[in-house]
Structure formats: structure tokens, C-alpha cells
Design a protein around this ligand. Structure first.
Ligand SMILES: [Fe+2]
Length: 354
């Protein structure tokens, strides 16, 4: 792999191990300028991680208290949801924000009023409005001011995204899904999606941020609902070069993306969010819908940059036609890296539900 670091100061053994790891990670990804650039980024991250957190690369012992999966395949996402699942409960504030968004007569004041009722939301919105994501000249000190400066659409999407992340709770029951990695992955996907959408010339790019925050809700539900199944999926994904998506299709017969689409649709969320979740691993939907396509690309990039869930050693497929359709090149990606990394860390600090 000539494209990786050429510095002679690297430890040769760790360098070789990192190159091998990155090769496997990208084994289904194909080849292009963007993929080569992503490999370089991934190598930097993996090399550093192999030094700082070597335990992350050791095989994890299977928890003794987990029964083997019963192998019962649901007939599809709907059937799965009929079984005993851990479904995040929809907070009232989310329902109210949704109502305001879908009512053409609602005003900025209506939105500020809803935000004002929830002190945690007020704090998060004010911190977001004062963050590097926006460069307002004056300090934003009230939700009304935040809504006025951000605009109704941006403010409502940010509020929706903020409350969405709080749906994913830390559970002491399971160690299969590392919830902090999950939160960071959602934020990274949201931030990268928003940047790609800006690059592609879309307006109201906050909807892509929310799409990223919610895209893996189906994965959260699968992993939190059935620990035996979760372990089976992660075991399957860590052997024979399978991605987690392959594991789901082979074992369950459907993937978390289609499950997520069903959940978000049942909540009567905007169609753009349904498609973003349902289509982020489905090239057919991702090719025909920009929300699904942008989340598909952002999800891959986020995982390649190290904002992954640690559940699979293969990233899966990146549809080249899709990212090219958004004008994303390796140069534009390289230009966005520093800003994107700064934003992800900053938003994680602001929104971290812990
Ligand atoms: Fe996903």
C-alpha cells in the first residue's frame, strides 16, 4: 500500500499491522481517488489507535451469561418489531417540534416556546448556536434569538437532532453496542452529511445533520433488543470478511437500515428522514434520493475516519456513482477533514447525553 504514510519514524511492526488492517477494512470498497485518500486517513487513525489503545484490536471474550441466539428469523422489520424489542420512546418535545415543522402556519415564536419548555434543549441549542458550526458575531443568549439567527428551518432541525440523540440511552444490560461509539458515529455521520450537502449546493442542510443523527436507529434497536442476536451478528461480522450489513442479511434476512426506515415512518417523521435511514445501505434508494445517498456516503466516510461502532472489520461497499453525483472528490474531502473533525468533537461535547 504505497499510498499510506511514508514516514520512516513509524514502528515497522505496527505499520505493517495497520496496513493489513486497513486493507481488510476496505476490501469491499473498490478503488478510486477518494478511496485512496480515505485509506490514508484510516491508516493514520488505525496506526495511532494500535499504539494508544492496543486492547481494542484483541479478540473480545464472549460474555458467559449470554445464551446462544435461538436462530429465529423474523419475517421482516415489521415482524421483528412485533417481538420483544427495546424501542426508544418518543419524547413529547420531539412530537411538538414535529408538529411545528409540519404546520405551515407555525412561527419562530412557536418553536422558541417549545424549546423554552425543556431546559436541556435550551442549553444544547444555545451551545450549538454559539459553537464553531455558526459564526455569529454576537453571543446567542436566548432560544428566541437562536431561532431568529438560525432561521426557523435550521433551528427546528437542530432541535430535532438534539432530542434525537437523547433517544439512545446507555444500557447496563449490553456490552455489545458501545453507546459512546454509537453517539459519536451518529454525530460524525450528521456533520459529514451536512458538509457534503453544502458542497453539493443543497439548501437547508440541517436536515442532513438530523438524517445522520437518526440513520442507525434500526441498529440500536436490534442490538439493544436481543443481546444473543447482537453477539451473533458481531461474531459473524468479525469473521470471513463480512460487513455488519452482510451479517444482518445472512442471519436476519433484512438490515438495520430498512428497520430504521419503518421505525421513523411510524413516528410520522419527514419523508427525507425515513429515506435517509431506510436507504443508507441500499444503493437503489440511495441513487434515487439525495438524503439516502448523502447519508450512505457520510456513513462510510465517518467509519473510515475512525468514527465506527467497532462491530466489524470490513467497512462494506461505497457506491462510487453516488458520491460522484454529489461532486465529492478526494480534494474536497481533504479540505473538509480538519473542520469536520473539530465540529464532531465539539458537537459531541455539547450533545453528549452522558
Ligand atoms: Fe448503518
Amino acid at each position: 500500500m504505497q499510498e499510506v504514510e511514508q514516514t520512516s519514524t513509524l514502528n515497522p511492526q505496527i505499520k505493517d499491522a495497520a496496513i493489513k488492517y486497513v486493507r481488510k477494512l476496505f476490501s469491499q470498497a473498490g478503488d478510486s481517488d477518494l478511496i485512496r485518500t480515505l485509506k490514508k486517513e484510516s491508516f493514520k487513525h488505525i496506526y495511532k489507535k494500535m499504539i494508544v489503545e492496543p486492547d481494542e484490536f484483541l479478540p473480545q471474550p464472549r460474555p458467559a451469561d449470554v445464551a446462544p441466539w435461538d436462530g429465529m428469523r423474523p419475517e421482516g422489520p415489521r415482524d421483528f418489531l412485533k417481538s420483544k424489542v427495546v424501542l426508544p420512546s418518543l419524547p413529547q418535545v420531539l412530537v411538538e417540534i414535529q408538529k411545528v415543522i409540519s404546520d405551515p402556519d407555525s412561527s419562530a415564536d412557536d418553536l422558541a416556546e417549545i424549546i423554552n419548555k425543556d431546559p436541556k434543549l435550551v442549553a444544547a441549542i444555545l451551545r450549538l448556536a454559539n459553537s464553531a458550526m455558526y459564526s455569529f458575531r454576537t453571543e446567542v443568549d436566548t432560544p428566541s434569538r437562536a431561532v431568529a439567527l438560525l432561521g426557523f428551518k435550521q433551528a427546528s432541525s437542530l432541535a430535532l437532532g438534539t432530542v434525537s440523540l437523547s433517544l439512545f440511552k446507555r444500557s447496563s444490560e449490553t456490552q455489545v453496542l458501545n453507546i459512546e461509539k454509537f453517539w459519536k458515529h451518529c454525530i460524525a455521520c450528521g456533520v459529514i452529511a451536512q458538509e457534503i450537502a453544502k458542497e453539493a449546493g443543497y439548501k437547508d442542510t440541517e436536515r442532513f445533520f438530523v438524517g445522520g443523527m437518526l440513520h442507525d436507529i434500526g441498529l440500536y434497536v436490534v442490538f439493544e433488543s436481543n443481546r444473543s442476536l447482537a453477539l451473533e451478528l458481531s461474531d459473524y461480522a468479525s469473521k470471513d470478511d463480512n460487513s455488519l450489513y452482510d451479517a444482518e442479511l445472512d442471519l436476519l434476512g433484512f438490515d438495520h437500515a430498512s428497520l430504521g426506515g419503518v421505525i421513523i415512518k411510524d413516528w410520522n417523521f419527514p419523508k427525507s428522514l425515513v429515506l435517509a435511514a431506510a436507504g443508507h445501505h441500499n444503493p437503489m434508494i440511495a441513487k434515487s434520493d439525495p438524503d439516502a445517498g448523502i447519508i450512505h456516503v457520510a456513513d462510510f466516510i465517518a467509519r473510515a475516519m475512525g468514527y465506527d461502532l467497532g462491530l466489524s472489520s470490513v467497512l462494506g461497499v461505497l457506491d462510487h456513482e453516488i458520491y460522484e453525483s454529489f461532486g465529492l472528490t478526494s480534494e474536497s474531502f481533504v479540505n473538509m477533514i480538519p473542520e469536520v473533525q473539530k465540529l464532531i468533537e465539539e458537537i459531541f461535547e455539547i450533545l453528549n447525553p452522558a
